[in-house]
Design a protein around this ligand. Structure first.
Ligand code: 6CS
Length: 338
C-alpha cells in the first residue's frame, strides 16, 4: 500500500515537472514596422536568434502590414496581445510626447562613432525614457538608429523658400509637422501604408526617410530628387509589454536584455555602408534621379529655423521635456568627448 502511494506521488511530481517545462516553453510575438529584410527586421531576427538558442521559447516576428499600421500594433503591445513591439518615435509622439525629442532637427550627431556611443550609453534612453515608457505599460528595451534621413521631392530645393507649397509627408507626429513648417513646406502626416500611393497620385510631393527605406520601398520610382539636408538620423525603439516582462523570472529578463544588446551591436555594424549601397542601388534602378547634398551655407537657414522647433518641443512637453532635452545634451557631450 505504501509502495503504491509512493509510486503515485512520484508520478504526479513527474507530471508537474513536465507541465511546468511545457508551460515555460512560450511563443513570444514581436511586431515590427518594416519587412524582415529591412533594418528593424534584421534587428528582430538577431533578437529571435539569441532568445531561441538560449531558451525553449519561440519568437514569432510580424512584419509591417500583417497586424495593421504602427498605431495598431502599439495598442496590441500595450494590451499584451504582443509581447514585443518596435515603434519609432515618429509614431509614439502622440502617446509619449517626449519621444519626439528624437525628431528634433539638427540635434543628433552625424559622426558614426558618436552615434554608436550615444545609442549604447545614453542615460536619457536608459533612465528618462525607460520611466516614461513604463507609464504606458511598456518596458523600453533599446533604441537604435536606422541611418541619415533624406528628403524626396519632385523638384530640386536649396532653401526653405523653394519648399513653399510642397506637401511633404511626415510620420504622424505633431513635432514633425512643426519641423516641416519651419522648413517652409506643407507637412502632411500619413501612416506608412499610404505613402507610395499618395506620391503616385501627387497628393503629396515628397517625404523623408533613411536611404535604405527609400530604396527598399521603391520610393525613387515616384521621386525625381533626393536631398540630404543633414537634419536628422532616424531613431526607432523596441519595447516589451511591461506586465509580461515584470512577470518573468530574473533569468529570462536577463536573456531579453542580452538579446536586445546583442541585436543592438549587430544592427550598428550591419548599417556600415548601408546608405552608400542604397544610393548605388537607387541610381542603378533610376539613372535619371538627382542626388543633392546641401552645403553648410545652404543648410544654415534650415538650422536657423530648427530653433523654433526646439521651442515647440518644450511647449508640447513642459518641464518633463526640458529635463529630457537637458539630459540629451549631456549625453551628446559624452558621446563627443568619449
Ligand atoms: O516613414 C515611416 O513611416 C517609417 N520609416 C521607417 C524607416 N521605418 C518604419 C516607418 O514605417
Amino acid at each position: 500500500m505504501i509502495k503504491i502511494m509512493y509510486v503515485a506521488r512520484r508520478a504526479s511530481l513527474f507530471a508537474l515537472l513536465l507541465f511546468s517545462m511545457q508551460a515555460s516553453a512560450a511563443t513570444w510575438r514581436y511586431a515590427i514596422e518594416e519587412s524582415l529584410s529591412e533594418v528593424q527586421g534584421v534587428y528582430a531576427a538577431k533578437f529571435k536568434e539569441v532568445i531561441e538558442s538560449n531558451s525553449n521559447h519561440e519568437v514569432l516576428i510580424y512584419p509591417f502590414g500583417t497586424l495593421g499600421e504602427s498605431a495598431d500594433v502599439m495598442e496590441q503591445a500595450q494590451a499584451g496581445i504582443l509581447q514585443f513591439v518596435d515603434q519609432s518615435p515618429g509614431f509614439t509622439g502622440s502617446l509619449i510626447p517626449e519621444t519626439q525629442l528624437f525628431l528634433m532637427p539638427y540635434i543628433l550627431p552625424e559622426k558614426k562613432s558618436e552615434v554608436r556611443y550615444f545609442y549604447k550609453h545614453a542615460r536619457v534612453i536608459k533612465e528618462n525614457f525607460k520611466a516614461l515608457y513604463a507609464k504606458q505599460n511598456l518596458e523600453l528595451l533599446r533604441m537604435f538608429p536606422e541611418g541619415a534621413v533624406a528628403i524626396t521631392t519632385q523638384k530640386e530645393f536649396r532653401s526653405p523658400e523653394d519648399l513653399k507649397g510642397q506637401k511633404i509627408r511626415v510620420m504622424t507626429s505633431p513635432l514633425l509637422v512643426e519641423t516641416y513648417k519651419a522648413f517652409g513646406a506643407v507637412p502632411t502626416p500619413l501612416p506608412w501604408g499610404e505613402v507610395f500611393g499618395a506620391l503616385q497620385t501627387n497628393m503629396i510631393q515628397g517625404q523623408e526617410n533613411p536611404w535604405f527605406y527609400i530604396e527598399s520601398g521603391k520610393l525613387y520610382e515616384v521621386t525625381e530628387v533626393i536631398t540630404d539636408v543633414g537634419h536628422n538620423i532616424f531613431t526607432t525603439a523596441i519595447m516589451a509589454n511591461l506586465d509580461f516582462y515584470a512577470s518573468l523570472p530574473k533569468a529570462e529578463q536577463q536573456l531579453i536584455q542580452l538579446a536586445s544588446e546583442t541585436a543592438l551591436d549587430f544592427i550598428l555594424d550591419y548599417q556600415d555602408g548601408l546608405t552608400e549601397a542604397s544610393r548605388a542601388k537607387i541610381k542603378n534602378a533610376k539613372p535619371s534621379i538627382k542626388f543633392v547634398t546641401l552645403s553648410d551655407a545652404e543648410r544654415a537657414p534650415f538650422r536657423k529655423n530648427a530653433k523654433q522647433v526646439e521651442a515647440k518641443f518644450i511647449e508640447m512637453t513642459g518641464p518633463s521635456g526640458q529635463a529630457i532635452l537637458n539630459q540629451l545634451k549631456v549625453d551628446l557631450d559624452a558621446a563627443r568627448n568619449q
